[in-house]
Design a protein around this ligand. Structure first.
Ligand code: BGC
Length: 343
């Protein structure tokens, strides 16, 4: 079942709607048209009690003025592009340097601040679309973006990303939900598994150095599930740069989940499946409690963790990484599933 409600109005007068997807076991997902944002996910705990497992905002003002991309669809190039510069076929492009005037972060936030057009496809699926003009934020090509959210009966939320450009361009899309399976407090006690033998270390601007470093013997080894907080303050140069985890993991091939998170207290489990090669684990390190989130509660450090499925960061400047440059007319397509259960 999908129900539409009014969510609010942006400061510049754009109407924002909220679509609630609900399945027969009672799981519900609120998606708002501002940023094609997953605003809330209500999932049951081991006793059948539902809680909102996303940290974020319950007002449009929160999303517009205080956001760190909570729940948003991010693009057209998720993560960072070094110095806001890259070349395609010998043409240099300069894109928005929205992070400290140095890097382009999350495509200059274009997709996450746009009001998307929503179409209810059927009882379980909602389509959001947005067209980014040629040259938006400095990127080449007019791109038609389409994201389809489907809530399945087995409590899996599937996100299908589609995009096509009229010029050769770079496309990297993700969702920036901050999960908190307890629905409160911080996530340091959550256990996390990431199916990655390696990760991409970063420099002081959070740009990958190019090294693919084995996780073995480092705080980045999540191959066996461990508490997020266990090594988050380890004496490690990479942990210090990120003030915790803010790194891309190089996912191993295979059909199983890319990541599994578990909150021992509530019993809630989140499995993440993706066809992409990377995932950014970001543990809300830069949240500091100064911003008010849902129900008036401060967004404290580590209030949520993000598993941003993606191509590795800065690909157009890193030819050795798997590439996400697409020809005119070539289709970008990817799929990520967030599946909830209890144990
Ligand atoms: C980045 C973080 C950033 C956060 C919110 C993440 O994807 O890797 O460094 O603070 O987004 O902007």
């Amino acid at each position: 079942m999908i129900v539409k409600n009014i969510f609010g109005t942006t400061a510049d007068g754009r109407a924002v709607d909220c679509y609630t997807l609900k399945n027969s076991s009672g799981m519900a997902v609120d998606i708002i048209t501002y940023g094609a944002t997953i605003n809330s996910i209500y999932a049951a705990d081991k006793d059948g009690v539902f809680a909102d497992v996303l940290a974020g905002f319950d007002t449009i003002d929160g999303h517009e003025n205080h956001s760190d991309y909570e729940g948003m669809t991010v693009g057209r190039y998720a993560n960072r592009i070094a110095n806001g510069k890259f070349s395609i076929d010998g043409i240099e492009y300069e894109v928005e340097k929205n992070e400290k005037g140095i890097t382009c972060l999350h495509g200059g936030a274009e997709l996450s601040t746009a009001v998307w057009k929503a179409i209810i496809i059927d009882d379980n699926s909602l389509e959001m679309s947005y067209t980014s003009p040629d040259g938006a934020m400095g990127f080449p090509g007019k791109v038609d973006f389409r994201v389809v959210f489907t809530l399945h009966e087995d409590n899996a939320l599937k996100i299908e990303y589609n995009a096509v450009s009229d010029k050769k361009t770079v496309i990297n899309m993700t969702n920036h939900a901050y999960f908190n399976l307890a629905g409160k407090g911080d996530v340091l006690g959550h256990e996390l598994m990431i199916n990655a033998d390696a990760y991409t270390p970063i420099d002081e601007n959070s740009i990958p150095t190019g090294e693919i470093r084995p996780v073995e013997g480092t705080p980045f080894d999540f191959r066996q599930s461990k508490a997020i907080g266990r090594d988050i303050a380890a004496d490690d140069e990479q942990i210090k740069i990120g003030r915790g985890y803010d790194h891309n993991f190089c996912l191993n091939d295979g059909d199983g989940p890319a990541a599994v998170a578990y909150d021992p207290e509530s019993g809630r489990v989140l499995e993440v499946f993706t066809d992409l090669c990377g995932v950014q684990l970001y543990t809300g390190n830069f949240l500091d409690g100064t911003i008010t989130g849902k129900k008036g509660n401060p967004l404290i450090q580590h209030a949520g963790f993000c598993l941003e499925t993606q191509y590795y960061p800065n690909t157009p400047n890193m030819p050795e990484f798997p590439q996400c440059t697409f020809d005119a007319g070539e289709k970008f397509k990817s799929c990520t599933v967030f599946k909830f259960s209890v144990k």
